[in-house]
Design a protein around this ligand. Structure first.
Ligand code: HEC
Length: 233
């Protein structure tokens, strides 16, 4: 290469093109995204709005931070793929594919790094009567827990291998503390040792509340609920 200017033009050009395609273009397409709002005629407030900001309370944010601090996103995604790219919906991980609008209130969307564990982006998914729908294995499936509530999450976090012998999900004893049994064993206790019981810390409680708040099943115009491949009931 004779002329250094050619080299610099090349480097600058490559930088300019990649910045435009990977930063400026997506920013112009997505930065203005608003919640999907439905107005009924004659009403002065919306009849439906998604996503809503309510879930981003202090406890929710704290739970999200614990999720990040413990590296949960290394193995768990929060991104349901379109049925043509993967069987996420068939596995009961969500009602529809995840889209950018789902994350407008998240500072950092926790899309995840690998799919070593199940997608948790809809872990708190429930129907209009409050019935939990995530995964929802067949009733005769030995892996099906009676209910996926906070107490179940605590047991799973304390030792995932109690239910799934070969589980790769790490145990998180640091999220639990030993307390005196006192008046009786708490329903949230994950283990009992003599006169002591292991109880979830505030971190564990907020982490469970965060997981149970994750529900991105609301229909969006750009992501209709996948009727044909609905989660197995
Ligand atoms: C090394 C990878 C890995 C990491 C890190 C990890 N998990 Fe998991 N997780 C898994 C695997 C694999 C499964 C599926 C087997 C099972 O159910 O135990 C799973 C299952 C789960 C489930 C589903 C249980 C159910 O309802 O069936 C939850 C909830 C969960 N993990 C939460 C977490 C949280 C919270 C963290 C961070 C504190 C975390 N995981 C970190 C691999 C991981």
């Amino acid at each position: 290469m004779d002329k250094p200017s050619t080299l610099f033009t090349g480097i600058f050009g490559a930088f300019l093109v990649s910045t435009s395609v990977m930063v400026l273009l997506p920013n112009s397409q997505l930065s203005g995204l608003q919640p999907q709002i439905v107005w009924e005629e004659g009403q002065n407030s919306p009849s439906d709005m998604y996503p809503v900001k309510i879930e981003h309370s202090l406890g929710h944010r704290h739970g999200e931070r614990i999720y990040v601090e413990n590296g949960c996103y290394y193995c768990h995604t929060q991104e349901i793929r379109d049925p043509q790219f993967g069987p996420d919906i068939e596995r009961g991980w969500g009602a529809r594919r995840t889209v950018a609008r789902d994350f407008i209130y998240n500072d950092t969307p926790l899309l995840g790094a690998t799919r070593m564990g199940p997608d948790l982006g809809n872990y708190g998914w429930r129907d209009s009567e409050g019935k939990r729908l995530w995964r929802n294995e067949q009733p005769n499936d030995p892996a099906r827990p009676a209910v996926r509530d906070a107490a179940f999450i605590y047991k799973h976090l304390f030792n995932p291998r109690v239910r799934t012998a070969e589980s790769n999900c790490p145990s998180n004893p640091g999220l639990f503390e030993k307390h005196d049994i006192g008046a009786g064993v708490s329903p949230d206790a994950v283990a009992v040792e003599g006169k002591k019981q292991w109880l979830p810390t505030t971190d564990a409680r907020n982490l469970a509340a965060y997981l149970l708040s994750l529900d991105r099943s609301h229909e969006l115009k750009e992501a209709p609920v996948a009727k044909s491949k609905e989660a197995k009931k």
